[in-house]
Design a protein around this ligand. Structure first.
Ligand SMILES: Nc1ncnc2c1ncn2[C@@H]1O[C@H](COP(=O)(O)OP(=O)(O)OP(=O)(O)O)[C@@H](O)[C@H]1O
Length: 452
């Protein structure tokens, strides 16, 4: 795609454009890694594409630990990117030194989850608001800046007389209002708000979200709104990017995402959002297992180890749930998570037989979710064969058996980004391009290039 194609109807590039962004944290403990020739790194952000238009709010949503904060900090060049590009008004920011970033700091501000931790407790609110103005040459005199600080306080719902107070003298919601006023003090174009309401009481959350929405309109701001909580997104976002283990798996306009989620991970997140309308209630999708480690993310689609909709082979004779259970067993075998010695010890302690066949059958009982009888016969036999191999100490054979019996494209190939119409895309083997989606192509970041 050419640069010209990315531009909106007025010929402007997106305000912010992120491509192939990676942030890996090196965890190598030196000597050991050199000896075994490995290097370990936490792949917190691992190839993210996204774009934010002028005046737009893009919410990035995902479970704790999926890399949202790291993404926000890397976009603002507060972490050095490991790879990829961050363009602000077409200018490359990734790789700039802190000195070279200075001219952009005024335009790109951040609001943090914990307002108190991000406000200097020794400064008065007046100092907190006027210091960044002074750094960026805003206001002709101290008196101008103080006047502006008073106006800002009133604009965020506090009083001008609060100027002499210290952060600790405010409630949590009021502290967040100060944090927002500080971000606004330098007249930014874009605010990255990282979980700005999750530390607040629910009633206060709504007030702060309303305030952010109003300010966005009034100051023509763009917002990158980071949250683990989809229920707050509907009130504030224009578009949503759903993040899982360092990658964006679905992007969509907010209503489309809530009405018709395409990625199984989005469906699972949405199913836990409370809905008032009983007709519209979704079946609760319970995601089993913890989020895998970003030190060693799963192959293929990163969500496949937990995905309820993991794609079975074409000749799979059972139902979807049975394949999910069989595949979980496969993952446990491949991860070396079956422990026949511990199982034998449990059997012995219970006074039960500990011959190999008994241990293998107890291993199956403990490691296969659901009942053996719920699986098609051939699959159940493969599970038993793998358990016997594990008990015989032949993990390689066990892995070969489960791999052959329970193959899935989701484990083998990373899904391509599938365009689904204006501003919509999902990365999932199950998702088919919708009719006409090709006529409304999205770029890698999920932004329609023809219908901005
Ligand atoms: N400075 C760091 N050094 C090493 N690992 C880090 C660092 N910062 C984050 N990580 C790791 O990167 C991964 C992503 O963390 P991040 O805080 O970005 O996720 P998150 O989605 O914002 O989660 P949360 O909402 O809990 O903060 C985690 O595994 C985390 O432990």
């Amino acid at each position: 795609m050419t640069d010209a194609e990315r531009r909106d109807a007025d010929g402007r590039p997106p305000l912010l454009e992120v491509e192939g962004l990676k942030k890996h944290f090196d965890q190598s403990d030196g000597l050991l890694d050199r000896v075994v020739g490995s290097s370990s790194s936490v792949k917190a952000v691992d190839g993210v594409d996204l774009a934010i238009r002028e005046g737009e709010t893009l919410a990035v949503v995902g479970e704790s630990g999926c890399g949202k904060s790291t993404l926000g900090l890397t976009v603002l060049n507060l972490h050095d990117a490991t790879a990829g590009s961050v363009r602000y008004r077409g200018e490359e920011l990734a790789g700039l030194s802190q000195r070279a970033m200075r001219p952009y700091r005024r335009d790109l501000q951040m609001v943090f989850q914990d307002p108190l931790a991000s406000l200097n407790p020794r400064q008065t609110v007046g100092q907190i608001l006027t210091a960044p103005m002074e750094v960026h040459g805003i206001g002709g005199s101290d008196a101008d800046r103080t006047e502006r600080a008073k106006e800002l306080l009133e604009r965020v719902g506090l009083r001008a007389s609060h100027l002499d107070r210290h952060p600790r003298q405010f409630s949590g919601g009021q502290q967040q209002r100060v944090g927002i006023a500080r971000a606004l003090a330098v007249e930014p174009d874009l605010i990255v708000a990282d979980e700005p309401v999750s530390a607040l009481d629910v009633s206060v959350q709504a007030q702060i979200l309303d305030l952010l929405s109003d300010l966005k309109e009034e100051f023509d701001l763009s917002l990158l709104f980071i949250t683990h909580d989809l229920s707050v997104v509907r009130h504030i976002a224009d578009r949503v990017a759903v993040m899982y283990l360092g990658r964006i798996v679905e992007t969509a306009p907010v209503e489309a995402l809530f009405d018709d989620p395409q990625h199984p991970y989005t469906e699972a997140l949405l199913s836990s959002v409370p809905r008032i309308d009983p007709e519209a209630r979704r079946e609760r999708v319970v995601l089993r297992g913890a989020v895998p480690s970003p030190l060693d993310p799963p192959s293929g689609c990163r969500f496949h180890t937990r995905c309820p909709a993991i794609v079975p082979p074409a000749d799979w004779p059972g139902d979807q749930g049975a394949f999910r259970r069989a595949f979980t067993f496969r993952t446990r075998v491949e991860d070396g998570a079956l422990d026949p010695e511990a199982v034998a010890a449990q059997l012995a302690a219970a006074g039960r037989p500990t011959d190999d066949a008994s241990v293998a059958s107890a291993v199956v009982e403990q490691s296969l979710p659901g009942d053996r009888g719920d699986l098609p016969e051939e699959a159940a036999e493969a599970v038993e064969a793998a358990a016997r191999a594990v008990v015989a100490g032949d993990e390689e054979e066990a892995t070969r058996v489960v791999h052959a019996a329970f193959p899935s494209p989701c484990a083998d190939e990373a899904p391509e980004r599938v365009p689904l119409g204006p501003d919509r895309a999902a990365d999932c083997h199950r998702v088919e391009p919708t009719d006409g989606a090709d006529a409304e192509p999205t770029d890698a970041s999920g932004v329609s290039v023809e219908n901005p």
